[in-house]
Design a binder for this molecule. Sequence first.
Ligand SMILES: C[S@@+](CC[C@H](N)C(=O)[O-])C[C@H]1O[C@@H](n2cnc3c(N)ncnc32)[C@H](O)[C@@H]1O
Ligand SMILES: *[C@@H]1O[C@H](CO)[C@@H](O)[C@H](O)[C@H]1NC(C)=O
Length: 221
Amino acid sequence: MEVTKVDDGKRSFKGRGVGLALVGLTGGTAVVLSVVAAPFVAPALRKVCLPYVPATTIQVNNVLRALRGRSGTLVDLGSGDGRIVVAAAREGRFKCTGIELNPWLVWYSRWSAWRVGVSSNTTFTTADLWRTNLTPHSNIVVFGVQEMMPDLEAKLEKELSSDGCVVACRFPFPSWTPTATLGEDIDTVWLYQRPKITVTQDNGRPAQENDCMARDTHHNT
Ligand SMILES: C[S@@+](CC[C@H](N)C(=O)[O-])C[C@H]1O[C@@H](n2cnc3c(N)ncnc32)[C@H](O)[C@@H]1O
Ligand SMILES: *[C@@H]1O[C@H](CO)[C@@H](O)[C@H](O)[C@H]1NC(C)=O
């Protein structure tokens, strides 16, 4: 997948309004979305752009397979057109939320959930995933870019509930050890579970169980 690095200093945001309208009309392009998204992204992540690249059907199925047997709340970070959220809601075991910066994609997602009759179990929020507390969600799905995975790993270390799990699409987390890997190539998804999230040390010593289980998590359901 293509990763666009935005140099804040050199890019002009003059065309933002037009860009936004175009995104609404056409479904958007990665470049326009990156420009639109850039000003909202937290300072530490200014250089990382997360473009709109919809999951493939195989990828969506791999996510659902990874979540087999699970239930409760589910969130897709950067939910795009809502396809993962809607597919998960159709399983009937989840209360699903999509968090997405682009309001046009949020409205499209709501419509798409309504169309297949899962509106009551889906919520789409126009919000920045970096400014959203993820503690209330027991199942977290993300299809991001490689550059953001270290920061997301750090955020989830703090916010993932003790019984929580994370499904990462296309790009795995840098230090956690997955409990399952499903699919292959660009459709690969990795499943991580809280008690089993282990951190590989730099010195090559065996991976060590992290102590997040012992930590106080503010888990409100
Ligand atoms: C690679 S797409 C994945 C879309 C969807 N999850 C799927 O799998 O089909 C990433 C999405 O994240 C959104 N996004 C980018 N930065 C974001 C942020 N800081 N907060 C929330 N969403 C963001 C983009 O607009 C884009 O729609
Ligand atoms: C919504 O989810 C509940 C379980 O959380 C399920 O019983 C119900 O059938 C779901 N509704 C729809 C429309 O899928």
